[in-house]
Design a protein around this ligand. Structure first.
Ligand SMILES: O=C(O)CCC(=O)C(=O)O
Ligand SMILES: [Fe+2]
Length: 353
């Protein structure tokens, strides 16, 4: 959220749709396309582990390098079934849309659940909320593979970095790379997702379909079903021809997907789905993070460097070496310098939205 952004709360989905002047195309045609996607035969995902994968092996072989799936990590969330969530959160409002001005649009959870069950939209509203209720936060532990969390040095200036995701089948996320070279984990508590992941080296215009179909056709591709059914086969074909490694796979209930920094990904919820995701910076992606962060968000970078200087001398030394190696001009803030909290948040949050 930045200063000009607002939050609007809607008591039911019709109010929200009226506000957005929302009208969905005929969804009948999407039923068939979605069913075809469900029946597509995918290759077995190769990098599957259970919690016998050691932290050391993860860091050496996979972290910041290769996507993996870890099965059965979220045992703490066994009580998160639909009934439990409805009973405990029906009065809460969750962000399930953003309008063209970047305002956050929230719906009461009991109304959202009704919508989730009744809708036949081809691109349904998707709860994607970085403001997780306190009593929900207490109910999950960060998986043991992700102990370091350097963004915590931003302290109270830290922008949102973890999200609750809840959506009906057909909802999902369009192709993107997470901001500032952060890596992420994503754990499905209920339901199933289909993922496509392409490596950082692939041409951006190709993953976005720009060089693969004509401009007018591309304009209509604004939802995960179209991305998966029209663009994904073309990008996969290109990758096969060019020998580029990609992953197209299903994330089952209680699977945690690890997304290395820089990897492109799109997600389609193939069942009604609840997930939690968190972005992080650690030793493995720090160098890339620091370069990207300075370029895109100088104000917050300055704050970050100042806080690290106070709290972690070893990391601070690393920053100084990177600054000199890549000619990054950054001065630590003086003790009493106070950057505007809002400025720093705006710069960061806009990257995520
Ligand atoms: O919809 C999803 O599960 C993907 C979420 C995601 O990619 C993200 O939070 O950056
Ligand atoms: Fe993402």
């Amino acid at each position: 959220m930045n200063q000009s952004q607002k939050q609007y709360e809607f008591k039911n989905v019709n109010e929200l749709k009226t506000f957005l002047k929302y009208n969905q195309r005929e969804s009948n045609q999407y039923e068939q396309i979605f069913n075809d996607l469900l029946h597509e035969k995918l290759q077995e995902f190769p990098n599957k582990f259970d919690n016998s994968l050691s932290l050391q092996e993860f860091q050496i072989k996979y972290d910041s390098k290769i996507p993996i799936v870890i099965k059965g990590l979220d045992i703490d969330w066994d009580n998160w079934n639909w009934n439990y969530l409805i009973q405990n959160y029906s009065e809460y409002y969750f962000r399930c849309a953003i309008d063209d001005d970047g305002n956050y649009l929230k719906l009461k959870f009991d109304q959202y659940i009704q919508y989730l069950r009744d809708n036949d939209d081809y691109n349904p509203f998707y709860i994607f909320d970085g403001d997780i209720p306190e009593n929900m936060l207490n109910q999950y532990k960060i998986p043991y593979l992700f102990p370091q969390d350097y963004l915590s040095y931003l302290k109270q200036k830290r922008p949102q970095y973890r999200w609750i995701l809840c959506g009906p089948k057909k909802s999902g996320s369009m192709i993107h790379v997470d901001p500032y070279e952060t890596s992420a984990w994503n754990c499905v508590v209920l339901g199933k997702k289909r993922w496509i992941m392409f490596p950082p080296t692939i041409d951006k215009n190709i993953v976005k379909g720009k060089t693969l179909i004509n401009k007018e056709a591309l304009l209509n591709i604004n939802n995960p079903i179209d991305y998966f059914s029209i663009i994904v086969p073309l990008v996969k074909k290109y990758c096969d021809q060019q020998n580029i490694l990609y992953y197209d796979f299903i994330q089952d209930k209680h699977d945690t997907v690890y997304v290395p920094n820089g990897w492109w990904h799109a997600v389609l919820n193939i069942e009604d789905c609840v997930a939690v995701t968190q972005n992080y910076v650690n030793d493995q992606n720090f160098d890339q993070f620091w370069m990207a962060f300075n370029k895109e968000n100088p104000t917050l970078s300055q704050q970050f460097q100042t806080n690290v200087q106070q709290d972690n001398l070893e990391l601070y030394q690393k920053i100084l070496i990177l600054n000199s190696k890549y000619n990054i001009q950054i001065k630590s803030l003086q003790q009493d310098d106070n950057i505007s909290e809002q400025d720093s948040l705006d710069e960061f949050q806009n990257q995520f939205d």
